[in-house]
Write a protein that binds this ligand. Sequence first.
Ligand code: HEM
Length: 154
Amino acid sequence: MTAYDLARGLHILAVIAWMAGLLFLPRLYAYDAEQAAKPEPLRGEMQALLRTWQTRLLRIIVNPAMILAWGFGLWLIHLDTVARGAAFLLEPWMLTKLAGVLLLSGWHGFLAGQRRKIAAGASRYSSRFWRMTNEVPFLLAIVMVLSVTTEWRF
Ligand code: HEM
């Protein structure tokens, strides 16, 4: 077993957890938005429960998984650079992967900000918005995974 094999396996595991959390969080936001139509006290009770789950999912899974995915990803960049030089960082497949990573991290930041807004009762997004944007991380994942597995170039 090489350090590269270990880093790659740990990177993939962290990415799985990060993706799972990013796919589930907007569902909780959609259910939260749907409570607006319900009468009290049902609305308040359901929203309190959903907001506890939102906070826990972000703090226990999504944030740590992102840090680990980045950490193992940067370790892979280091190992790759030692093994084959830094030129791969400018190849189209790697630039595509890095662009996807930045977009995914930005989406993560947006969702984290929305959790605070929802908790303050200040989110302006509907259940429909959360359902429609739910697949954003998966679409980005398709591009990122195929970029690294194919290492495509012109
Ligand atoms: C968070 C920042 C990330 C960094 C810095 C990063 C960087 C890297 C690097 C340098 C490699 C090794 C590439 C190679 O030598 O072939 C790699 C492998 C991989 N990455 Fe990432 N990555 C990140 C996030 C992600 C995300 C979000 C996904 C999926 C959604 C992902 C999926 C993969 C997969 C599947 C591999 C293994 C590819 C293979 O072994 O052929 N990575 N990553």
